[in-house]
Structure formats: C-alpha cells, structure tokens
Design a protein around this ligand. Sequence first.
Ligand SMILES: *Cc1c(COP(=O)(O)O)cnc(C)c1O
Length: 413
Amino acid sequence: MPVTDTAADALTRQDPEIAGIILAETRRQSAGLQLIAAENFASPAVLEALGSPLVNKYAEGYPGARHHGGCEVVDMAERVAVERARALFGAEHANVQPHSGSAAVLAAYAALLAPGDRVLAMGLREGGHLTHGSPANFSGRWFEFTGYGVRADTGLIDYDRVRELALDRRPRAIVCGSIAYPRHPDYARFREIADEVDALLIVDAAHPIGLVAGGAAPSPVPYADVVCATTHKVLRGPRGGMLLCGGRLGDRVDRAVFPFTQGGAQMHTVAAKAVAFGEAATPAFAAYVRQVVANARALAAGLAEQGLAVATGGTDTHLVVVDVTGLGLDGVRARGRLAAAGIVLDVCGLGHGASRGLRLGTAAVTTQGMREPEMARVAALTGAALRGDGDVARLREAVAELALAFPPYPALA
Ligand SMILES: *Cc1c(COP(=O)(O)O)cnc(C)c1O
C-alpha cells in the first residue's frame, strides 16, 4: 500500500514487479466483498506508521531498559502505546510487543504454565484456535489439552460440561476464546469455574477485543489472569498481538515475551498499535463497532431468509456462522462458489458432527461504510452464489458494483 506519493513513486520506479502486485492486491480488496471475520481495513494513519523509518530501529527490551542504544525516541512510542492500551481496556499492565496473536498466546502460556501442564480449552472442531491444543501447534505438543464444546441444542458454550471437565482434569489453566463464537462468553462463569479448581483463566480475545474497545462487548479484563489479543481484527490496527494483565503478573508476562519467546520489538508496528488504540478510544470507533454488530445481525437475518441455518440463531458480535448443508453443499464447496463471485470468507467447524459451515464477519465491510441495507444485498448475493443462480460473471459484476461503491481507501480509488 503506497502511503505517500514519494513511497509509491520509489517502489514503482525501483521495483515495478512488486509495485504491480501491491496495486493488484489493493484492487482485489476493493473489488470484492471481504467477509473474512479476522480481517479489516487499517486506516491510512496506521499504514503510514507501518511504513515509517521506525522499522529501522532495533529495540530489544522495554522502554528505559533496552539492549540497544538510540532507543530514546522509540521508547516514547512504546510508552504511548502501553498507556493507551491500559486506558482503553482498564488494565493494570499491557504488553504491546507480541508479533501476532499466536505469539501473544505462546507468551501467555510461557508466563503461566510449565511444559506438560494440563489445560482446558475450546475443542478445535468447536472453534478453538490452533494455539488451543492443536497437535500441529506448539500448544498441543507441549501441554496436555482437553477440549470443551458447545451445546448441540443451542450452539452456546456448555458451561456445565466445562465445570465437569475442570473438576475431572484439574487443569493448571482454562482458556476461554474461539475463532467462531458469535455470542459473548460468560467470563464471570469461567472465572468461577477456574477458582473452584484453583486454575488460572486465560482469555484469548483475539476476535472480540475490538468490540470490547468500543464498548460493544463485555470486557474479559476484570476476570482473566491474562488476556491475549490481536490488534488487526475488529480493532483495526496493524497485524500484531497484545497482552493485558494485572500488575502482579506484569513482570512475568513481559519476560515471557522478551527474552523468552521474541527478540527485538517491531517499533513501526508498536507505533501503529498506538495509532490504532488512539482511534479506538474515539466516539467514532464506538459508533463503528455498534454498526459492526448491527450489520452482523442484519446479515444473519438476511442469510436466514436465504434458507441458511444460522448457528445460535443469530449473533451478538461481528461474526455469523452458517450451516450450508440445507443447500446440499459442504463448507469447502460453498466457499469455492462464493469466491468465484468475489465473496471472500472462511470455512469453519460447526461445533457438532463433522460438517463444516461458513464464517462471515462484518468488520471490513463496515469500515467501508456499509450498513443494514447493504447487508441485505450481501445476503441476497451470497444466497444466489450458493444456489448457483444465474451466470457467475454477472454475479461477480454485481458484487464488484456493490463493493466499489464503498472504497476502503477513497484517496486511492
Ligand atoms: C486470530 C486468532 C489468533 C492468532 O492470531 P495470529 O495473529 O493469526 O497469530 C489466536 N487466537 C484466536 C482465538 C484468534 O482468533
């Protein structure tokens, strides 16, 4: 993304091959419907911070205690980022250095657990993240995970089962968090269960943290020992992670990030996180996340009208999960049909049985300025693409026409 004319010119002149690819990707993002629930459009100010000379600075350690010289200026950026994060989430301690959401989870485990410890987390089929015990991930290799799930009748977390498993397994920690849960978790209930078995509570709020920032979802901060999060999903900042905790655990969490799991902080990203936290503290962002949820509800209602079964019967968040078996499709084929029409989204588990559904999110389209009437149109286009109604090229044109009416970066349109 060329953030300034000079940067764009330099890249185009020096490396037209990569400049062309960036332009093509910018066009792809603008000409389709971006419904991947983990994606958003970072603001031009965030992109500018990311493309700044702060990328050049080595800064191992923390402000005032670095292993490199010349950190006095970037220290200011990290202090601002930490202060803004603490104020935004009402947290005693914030670490803004994790390079990603997964890196934040790794550091949280490193801070609180020892290899071989038992951990209770949402099962992977039910919506647990790879870092919640997948055998392909460090988490599944180094800890003994047990998965809990959702109730078959309601699609909601089965808290009685969580408690039963906790009493049976006596885990060192319970992880609350999911990649596909369209409702607010009951953090107080998780805390109660954790306390009953003397376990720590880790909340992986990678998805809802942006809603929390804007006041559209309850905060896990008062309940969790450590909150892990991403900064690039609904929160709309740069790609990266973050940790929030009480002051008592601050040192352990910091040492788990650096030097235990990471080297030098990425100061351009830290500065961009500060910019995003600044944006998230504004009334405009609160209005944005309210609209994100209103749009998700409108989208869920529209998809139900198209004959799709909506998991949990709707949503309280930015994401909607639908079962497409009623249309004679599985998730992967459904995603393929939609991709051909320029509608981009993910396949996800449905929490019961082996079938897979679709996960749609409204964070990106809401940043573009779409509202409820557009969500009705998105649902109709999605239904038509899934049923294979009419010509795909025509459908793709209709999708592009809708998307292009809401350019994510008007200055570049
Ligand atoms: C997105 C996500 C992550 C990982 O974030 P990355 O930045 O992709 O590493 C971790 N946990 C949950 C619940 C997520 O949704």
